[in-house]
Design a protein around this ligand. Structure first.
Ligand SMILES: Cc1cc2nc3c(=O)[nH]c(=O)nc-3n(C[C@H](O)[C@H](O)[C@H](O)COP(=O)(O)O)c2cc1C
Length: 160
């Protein structure tokens, strides 16, 4: 069984899962939003665990960080795939693995991948909207979800 444990602030990370689910050979996949999940999930029930979420101001979503911190010892005995969603180019975003996930888990992970991301201005808070407009130099929505990276990630999980 496969678990996808994720964080999101504005929902775009969830767009990656339709692509991933289609590619995963295991059809017994449980997806949990680490902030809103009501039921308690026993991670011991899963042999493959996919973990990730968005980068905001250089930091990985805090619910993902907490999940990893709390379950690190168990996770070290699982088949692990790690991902981030982001808008910086992959070459500069990849460093966020080193700065946000424990090195033991990074060493253990079978795959680490940058999925790209999306930004929908209408979902941002009134404080964030002008800041993101300044950074992106536009107020147009952005969708840079990298389908190819998600498919390759799923293939590596299939082969694990
Ligand atoms: C307030 C804010 C800060 C962000 N900071 C970064 C950042 O430092 N680096 C980056 O690559 N992307 C950054 N992003 C882009 C998000 O990581 C990207 O839009 C992601 O897809 C959001 O996922 P979510 O909709 O699931 O929350 C930021 C987005 C917002 C709204």
């Amino acid at each position: 069984m496969t678990l996808i444990a994720y964080g999101t602030r504005y929902g775009s990370t969830e767009e990656c899962f339709d692509i991933m689910i289609n590619e995963l050979k295991d059809k017994n996949v449980k997806i949990i939003n680490l902030k809103t999940a009501k039921e308690k999930v026993n991670i011991n029930d899963y042999d493959k665990i996919i973990i990730g979420g968005p980068i905001n101001a250089g930091r990985l979503n805090k619910y993902v960080r907490k999940f990893v911190e709390k379950n690190l010892q168990t996770l070290l005995n699982k088949k692990i795939g790690l991902f981030i969603t982001h808008l910086e180019p992959v070459e500069s975003a990849f460093k966020y693995f080193e700065t946000n996930y424990p090195s033991k888990l990074l060493d253990k992970a079978l795959v680490k991948s940058c999925f790209g991301g999306a930004l929908y201005f209408e979902r941002l808070s009134v404080l964030e909207r002008p800041i993101l407009k300044m950074i992106t130099k536009s107020s147009a929505n952005i969708n840079q979800i990298n389908k190819e990276n998600i498919i390759n990630f799923a293939k590596k999980i299939n082969n694990a």
